[in-house]
Ligand binder design. Structure first.
Ligand code: SF4
Length: 374
C-alpha cells in the first residue's frame, strides 16, 4: 500500500492538468467545482465554474443571490437540485459558521448536497486533511490496482474500497509528516493529502480510463494487479444497469403577437422552478391516429381550448436518470386565446433572462428561429 503513494504523488506533480479550480485553496471555489463536477465532465464545467466565480466570487454573494440568478448560472448543467442545495448550503454557512467555510469534516458533510465523496474532496483539497474520496474514477483505479473482482457498486465492496482509499491517504499524510514532501505545480509546499486524492481522480480521468486504459504510461503499472494479470479490461466487474425506459412528451409552441406561451415548473418535481413550454406525457408506443388524437387531447386539456391546427415542429431527445425521453414539439394555432393561460407570454428576447430546462432551451432557440423566419 505505502509503495503506491510516492509514484502517484510524483506523477501528479508532473502531469496534473492545469484546471482553474486547482489554482486556489479557497474552499468555496473548490466546493463549487466539486458540486459542478458531479455527473458532469471537466470540459463542460470549466466555463460554468469561471462564470460562477466571476458573478458570485465569494460565499456571501452565493448566499444572497436570487434564485433566478442561481438558475441562470446553472442553466444547461442539469441536475438543478445541485444548484438549489448549493445556495441552501451557502446560507447555512452564513448562519451557522459566521460565513466562514467549515473545516471540520462532519460540518462539511452536514451541508445540503454534500455527500461523503464531496466532503472528503473539499477537506483534502482545501485543507489537506486525510479524508478519502471514492467516486467512479477512483473506484475504477483502485479496483484495478488491487484486482478486486466483486462489483464495486455492492455495499460490501464499496466499504472495502473506502477502507483502501482511507489507508492510502493516511499513508500519504504519514509520509508527509515524515519527510515534509512537496508536490503540485502551484508550489504550495506540503499538501500530500490534497495531491494523493487528486492523483487518483486524475489517473482515473486521463490514464486508467473505462476503455483502453493507457497502462504503458501509468505510474503504478508495476504495482497494479489488473495490469500484471492482463485483466485491466475486465475490471471493474460492474453488473448491468437496468435498461433505460423510453418516455415521450408533446410540447406545445403557441405564439401570440410575437410572444410564446411558457410556464415555470412547480417546486418538488424534476427541474423545479425552471421554465418550459407547456407539455404533457403521451404514450411512448402510440402511433398513427392514436398518436395524433393523444396530442390534440393533451393540447385541449393544457390550453383549455381545442386547437385549430397542430403541426409538427421538431423532435428533441435527451436522458434523465434512467429515462430516455423523446420530446416532440408542435406548433399550435388557436382560434382565440385562453382567458387564463397556463403560463405567461414571453418574447424570444425575454427568453435570454430565463433559465430553461435543457430540452426546452433547445426548443426555445429552435421555435424563436422558426417564428422569425415565418
Ligand atoms: Fe489502470 Fe493500467 Fe494503471 Fe493499472 S496499470 S492502474 S489498469 S492504467
Amino acid at each position: 500500500m505505502a509503495k503506491l503513494v510516492p509514484p502517484l504523488l510524483d506523477w501528479f506533480s508532473q502531469n496534473a492538468r492545469d484546471l482553474p479550480w486547482r489554482r486556489t485553496r479557497d474552499p468555496y471555489a473548490i466546493w463549487i467545482s466539486e458540486i459542478m463536477l458531479q455527473q458532469t465532465q471537466v470540459k463542460t464545467v470549466r466555463p460554468y465554474w469561471e462564470r460562477w466565480m466571476r458573478e458570485l466570487p465569494i460565499l456571501e454573494a452565493a448566499a444572497s443571490a436570487g434564485p433566478d440568478k442561481i438558475h441562470k448560472l446553472w442553466e444547461g448543467l442539469g441536475y438543478y437540485t445541485r444548484a438549489r442545495n448549493l445556495q441552501k448550503a451557502a446560507r447555512q454557512i452564513m448562519e451557522r459558521h459566521g460565513g466562514k467555510f467549515p473545516r471540520n469534516f462532519e460540518d462539511v458533510l452536514a451541508l445540503p448536497g454534500v455527500g461523503r465523496y464531496t466532503a472528503g474532496a473539499i477537506c483534502s483539497i482545501a485543507f489537506n486533511q486525510a479524508t478519502p474520496v471514492l467516486d467512479g474514477n477512483v473506484m475504477r483505479v483502485l479496483t484495478r490496482i488491487f484486482g478486486i473482482e466483486d462489483d464495486p457498486r455492492e455495499r460490501k465492496t464499496g466499504q472495502w474500497l473506502w477502507q483502501i482509499a482511507g489507508d492510502l491517504i493516511a499513508q500519504a499524510k504519514a509520509a508527509e509528516t515524515a519527510k515534509r514532501k512537496t508536490c503540485g505545480r502551484s508550489g504550495r509546499g506540503t499538501n500530500s493529502c490534497s495531491c494523493l486524492n487528486q492523483s487518483l481522480m486524475e489517473l482515473g480521468a486521463v490514464v486508467c480510463t473505462p476503455r483502453n486504459p493507457e497502462c504503458q504510461i501509468c505510474p503504478v503499472q508495476r504495482l497494479c494487479v489488473a495490469f500484471l494479470q492482463n485483466r485491466a479490461d475486465k475490471l471493474p466487474a460492474l453488473r448491468r444497469r437496468v435498461t433505460a425506459t423510453p418516455r415521450r412528451f408533446a410540447a406545445l409552441v403557441v405564439e401570440r403577437n410575437g410572444k410564446f406561451l411558457v410556464r415555470r415548473r412547480p417546486a418538488g418535481v424534476v427541474n423545479a422552478h425552471l421554465w418550459e413550454f407547456p407539455n404533457a406525457e403521451i404514450g411512448a408506443g402510440l402511433r398513427g391516429p392514436r398518436h395524433t388524437s393523444a396530442i390534440a387531447e393533451a393540447a385541449t386539456e393544457i390550453l383549455g381550448l381545442a386547437p385549430a391546427e397542430i403541426k409538427p415542429l421538431c423532435q428533441i431527445k435527451h436522458s434523465i436518470t434512467r429515462y430516455r425521453i423523446t420530446m416532440e414539439a408542435f406548433r399550435v394555432r388557436l382560434n382565440g386565446f385562453p382567458s387564463t393561460p397556463p403560463g405567461v407570454w414571453m418574447s424570444a428576447e425575454e427568453f435570454d433572462s430565463l433559465a430553461f430546462a435543457a430540452a426546452h432551451k433547445k426548443l426555445a432557440l429552435f421555435a424563436a428561429g422558426c417564428m422569425l423566419s415565418g
